[in-house]
Design a protein around this ligand. Structure first.
Ligand SMILES: Cc1cc2nc3c(=O)[nH]c(=O)nc-3n(C[C@H](O)[C@H](O)[C@H](O)COP(=O)(O)OP(=O)(O)OC[C@H]3O[C@@H](n4cnc5c(N)ncnc54)[C@H](O)[C@@H]3O)c2cc1C
Length: 385
């Protein structure tokens, strides 16, 4: 029998993050968003709460929790704000997780404690200007010269790559040719500030405006040979497995946004009057909100199923893709409906639903587009071609 209730520990975490998001994030985040400014104080607060170390062992300064706990925290953060949620998501599942999964003990000791504490952020450099969906099309190269890797290339849209507290980016680079003739792709750690590693200014984005997204370029950028992360030639497989997990986290984040739309709409529909009645008394509005609730509830079941499988060591690839696909698409729908329910005010940036609307679209694109999720699901069903 399935029991979908949270145990006491997970419920306590959920409640703590809910309170933090309501009291520490909600009152101030709109100003950061409008200014396109990274909210260092909020990030420091999340670091003190241990959110960046949630799924990592205490020996690295983590909280000794699991990926499910991370997802719960992301859902609660995204109920209020997605820039803050994606900063944690990318910091943990893309920044620190590759080091935890594939790093040597020396690499883990060097990098993980500050990442777990939220004092530093790590970034994950896979996507390039020439394409993100086709991860194997990586054109960035790294050649061995004595005891150094020499990296050349450009990465696009990299989250958390250019903050004042970014300590490293893990880069996917072609390090040679496989015996069969294909590209040998490896993962290499590039510390922030390495000569030849340039971080561009922030992109001007439609949403996630208080998060950090950069283009990175590498021109004869030299790092020690021991900065190879995991086995040489295993980079492609490593990056794909990190993305499988990341999809569950994005699904939880998308569910949070979908839930945040409901929170805002219930509040607004009880207050706003039209034609002498609260708009929440009209069945047309009630039905919209009921449908939003149905979608968010279903999305929550989907990510929790995928996350449970992940933490129990079961196959979760298909469930992760299903959860990411469904939750991101319903987040867009809920955000559109929430804006509609707010009428003209829904188009004003000072209302959280306007921010949620702008933040929703990227969920169908980042960490694998909806088309890529459908390809993965079809492949898992045995459809190839
Ligand atoms: C704000 C933001 C943050 C990001 N953070 C990171 C990060 O931290 N690290 C990182 O590495 N990347 C990051 N990305 C990149 C993101 O993962 C990519 O944008 C995404 O994977 C899509 O790649 P693309 O933009 O190159 O689109 P493309 O791959 O060029 O795709 C264009 C369109 O074609 C479709 N398409 C492509 N191939 C097929 C196919 N075979 N069949 C059907 N349709 C197809 C796609 O679904 C899409 O609709 C970020 C992006 C954004 C916008």
């Amino acid at each position: 029998m399935i029991d979908n209730r949270l145990d006491d520990e997970h419920e306590a975490l959920r409640k703590t993050v809910e309170d933090f998001a309501r009291h520490e994030v909600a009152p101030v985040i709109a100003e950061f968003y409008e200014r396109g400014e990274f909210p260092y104080e909020i990030v420091a607060g999340m670091g003190r709460m241990g959110l960046f170390g949630l799924p990592f062992p205490e020996s690295y300064g983590g909280m000794g929790g699991d990926y499910f706990a991370l997802c719960l925290a992301l859902e609660e953060l995204a109920r209020v704000d997605s820039s803050v949620a994606i900063t944690v998501e990318a910091g943990v599942s893309l920044g620190a997780m590759p080091l935890y999964r594939f790093g040597s003990p020396a690499q883990q000791q060097r990098w993980l404690p500050a990442l777990c504490a939220g004092k530093h952020l790590g970034a994950f450099g896979l996507t390039e200007p020439g394409g993100g969906s086709d991860a194997g099309a990586v054109a960035t190269t790294a050649r061995l010269d004595g005891d150094e890797w020499v990296i050349n290339g450009t990465k696009a849209f990299i989250t958390n790559a250019g903050t004042d507290i970014t300590s490293l980016v893990t880069v996917a680079a072609v390090t040679g040719t496989k015996p069969g003739g294909g590209k040998e792709i490896s993962a290499i750690i590039v510390p922030a500030g390495t000569p030849g590693f340039t971080v561009s200014k922030k992109y001007s984005k439609v949403g996630w405006s208080a998060s950090d997204t950069r283009e990175l370029s590498f021109a004869d950028c030299r790092v020690p040979v021991e900065n190879l992360l995991g086995e040489r030639g295993r980079g492609y497989a490593q990056f794909l497995s990190i993305l499988d997990e990341g999809r569950v986290a994005i699904a939880a984040l998308a569910t949070g946004l979908a839930q945040g739309c409901i929170d805002e709409c219930v509040r607004y529909a009880r207050e706003r009057e039209a034609f002498g009645h609260k708009i929440g008394e009209y069945q047309a509005i009630q039905f919209k909100i009921a449908d939003m609730e149905m979608r968010a509830h279903t999305a929550r079941l989907a990510w929790r199923d995928a996350a449970s499988r992940l933490v129990h060591g079961d196959e979760f690839k298909k469930e992760a893709a299903l959860a990411k696909l469904y939750s991101s698409e319903i987040a867009v729908t809920n955000a559109r409906e929430a804006t509609q329910i707010h009428g003209g005010y829904g188009f004003m940036n000072e209302y959280p639903v306007a921010r949620m609307w702008r933040d929703s679209k990227i969920l169908e694109i980042g960490e694998g587009t909806s088309e890529v999720q459908r390809m993965l699901i079809a492949r898992e069903l045995g459809l190839v071609g």
